[in-house]
Design a protein around this ligand. Structure first.
Ligand code: SAM
Length: 152
């Protein structure tokens, strides 16, 4: 959903939507934009491929990544993953959204450690950007977003 919306809002861009889950990708509904593709892939090796190819991003969204809420699972969170420092080499604007405040705080602190400084805030979307965002909104969850800039 977010991939198609971002593509429609940025007709001059090529938008790549990534999820490792075929089940998740199967929920996609096209809305007309042609400038995007969906990839079933793990994000981290894809970041590595971009770096190897010398490519940088204009903008990068991490939308409701799995929270892995147990303390023992911190290395599974996106900002606890060994590949996280690669994000700072991709450039561009970075936005991460979550419905868990602790996750947002951790992400912001981890981002600063790799040179991506930004702001974390709670927000109410005008309209949902993703299916999970819609679900969380319907349930009255407080949504948080981190917005930063990767300066290479
Ligand atoms: C909470 S869902 C959010 C899905 C969608 N972004 C949304 O907001 O509606 C988290 C998604 O992250 C995907 N995911 C988890 N780890 C991933 C990884 N390393 N690479 C790519 N996708 C991953 C899962 O397959 C799952 O669909």
């Amino acid at each position: 959903m977010s991939t198609a919306l971002i593509a429609a809002a940025h007709p001059d861009a090529l938008v790549v939507g990534i999820d490792q889950s075929a089940h998740r990708l199967a929920k996609h509904q096209a809305i007309g934009a042609q400038n995007y593709l969906l990839l079933r892939a793990e994000a981290e090796p894809f970041w590595s491929c971009l770096i190897d190819a010398g490519l940088t991003l204009h903008s990068h969204w991490l939308l409701y990544p799995n929270p892995w809420p147990k303390a023992s699972q911190i290395k599974r969170r996106v900002h606890g993953h060994g590949a996280f420092p690669m994000l700072s080499r991709l450039g561009g604007a970075l936005e991460m959204r979550t419905n868990w405040g602790i996750f947002a705080t951790e992400f912001s602190q981890a981002a600063a450690l790799i040179g991506i400084n930004g702001q974390t805030e709670s927000f109410i979307p005008d309209s949902p950007m993703t299916l999970f965002e819609r679900k969380y909104g319907d349930r009255g969850h407080t949504l948080q977003r981190f917005r930063g800039k990767c300066v290479i």
